[in-house]
Write a protein that binds this ligand. Structure first.
Ligand code: GKR
Ligand code: MG
Length: 408
């Protein structure tokens, strides 16, 4: 089955004013919807990061993709591999959208096309599912008041309210808090308030996105022993994380200092982390994520799943890959409840008791809603946002704001 065309449509989706150590979410998050046409008449879809960089990369890679057999993608992966060519021979390499992300977008679309052609769900193409439904965690954010139904959430009390609402609506069994926003001890108090409100049967995680120093991270890890299931990226870098890990009674997880296969040897040697947050968008695709799971098992690492603001095509792909990774034993992250827009037919995918069943049907099991795509693309054209800049957004309300990077 030959690829006859590769299309990338940028979209802008509504995003509430969520806070993190990086700043503030802008009113729109950017995504790219990727489609491959094939000579068998089936069209495969994927969703990836948004803005200029993915568009440039996908455009530059078009000639390498068109004419290729959708079943034979390993040669493409090898061709895109940065280690094999000098930079001037890699026009598809874009800052913020490296070869693994580019390959992932193409792979997901091709797997969707193959699934549609063969009548099999994508998780079968990854070796088969080990679970029928995937547990997700509530992704709790401190946030400003905005044009949304959640209101301002800048205190422990408000965060408990947000968690309660998320649990009532979606049934989430675990709670992840995006930290690095309030002064660290106030975030400790917020975690204690969540524990108090929901009890020990609801696992809690905290992710300050590397805002804290080694000393703060170590102290807080000791203080929150018994309260957190894991502490995610408290401090920057493999060395900093290794220093915290040495004393931390809580396992450390990351989606910041181990984001590619080549980071694994040093992370294992230094014992920097216990859990790697997978993400097929970033790690080179769905098959690479299955390989990551197995490698993590070899090295005694746990596997969880990372998320950014995203639509239903990404969520469907995350669900298929999560179904096919036996080592993924933590509830996955997802920003999905924060997104009101959708680009698939039938509206938003629905969580039951905090879990999402693998979408039935061939391929990813979702259909592109072309009217919604056109609308969200028009919105992209109407904004001047072309990359994510949470610092700039934050400075619109607080001109002196600066991010904490390992110094809080
Ligand atoms: O959306 O603000 C956010 C998150 O902080 C996101 O950018 C991170 O990539 O969710 C992510 C994380 O776990 O670090
Ligand atoms: Mg994280």
């Amino acid at each position: 089955m030959r690829v006859t065309d590769l299309r990338a449509t940028p979209v802008a989706i509504a995003d509430p004013p969520l806070r993190s150590a990086f700043g503030l979410h802008a009113p729109f998050a950017l995504r790219t919807i990727v489609e491959v046409d094939t000579d068998e008449g089936v069209v495969g879809v994927a969703e990836t990061y948004g803005g200029d960089a993915p568009l440039r990369a996908l455009d530059a890679a078009r000639a390498l993709v068109i004419g290729r057999d959708a079943y034979r993608l390993t040669p493409l992966r090898v061709e895109l591999d940065a280690a094999r060519r000098p930079a001037e021979e890699r026009p598809w390499e874009a800052r913020g959208f490296a070869a693994p992300a580019l390959f992932s977008a193409i792979e997901v679309a091709c797997l969707d096309a193959i699934g549609r052609q063969t009548g099999r769900p994508v998780c079968d193409l990854l070796g088969g599912r080990v679970r029928d439904e995937i547990p997700f965690s509530a992704y709790l954010f401190f946030k400003h008041a905005g044009d949304d139904e959640w209101g301002e959430v800048m205190s422990a009390e408000a965060l408990v309210g947000e968690a309660r609402q998320m649990r009532e609506r979606y049934g989430f069994g675990s709670l992840k808090v995006k930290g690095g926003v309030l002064e660290p001890d106030r975030e400790v108090a917020a975690m204690r308030a969540l524990r108090e409100a929901f009890g020990p049967s609801v696992p809690l995680r905290l992710d300050p996105n590397a805002a804290w120093s080694v000393a703060t991270s170590t102290r807080i890890a000791e203080e929150l022993a018994g309260t957190l299931e894991y502490l995610e990226d408290p401090t920057p870098g493999l060395d900093g994380m290794a220093k915290v890990a040495e004393r931390s009674p809580i396992p450390l997880a990351t989606n910041m200092c181990v984001t590619a296969f080549e980071h694994l040897p040093a992370a294992v040697a230094k014992r920097s982390v216990s859990i790697v947050l997978s993400d097929h968008h970033m790690w080179g695709g769905m098959r690479a994520t299955v390989e990551l799971g197995r490698l993590c098992r070899v090295f005694g690492l746990g596997v969880s799943m990372h998320s950014n603001s995203h639509l239903g095509i990404s969520l469907a792909a995350m669900t298929h890959v999560a179904a096919a990774v036996p080592e993924l034993t933590y509830a996955c992250d997802t920003h999905y409840p924060w997104q009101t827009d959708e680009v698939i037919t039938g509206g938003k995918l629905r969580f039951h008791d905090g879990a999402l069943p693998v979408p039935p049907g061939p391929g990813l099991g979702v259909e592109l809603d072309r009217d919604a795509l056109a609308r969200l693309h028009e919105r992209y054209r109407g904004t001047d946002l072309r990359y994510r800049d949470d610092v700039a957004e934050m400075r619109k309300t607080d001109p002196d704001w600066r991010p904490h990077v390992g110094d809080w």
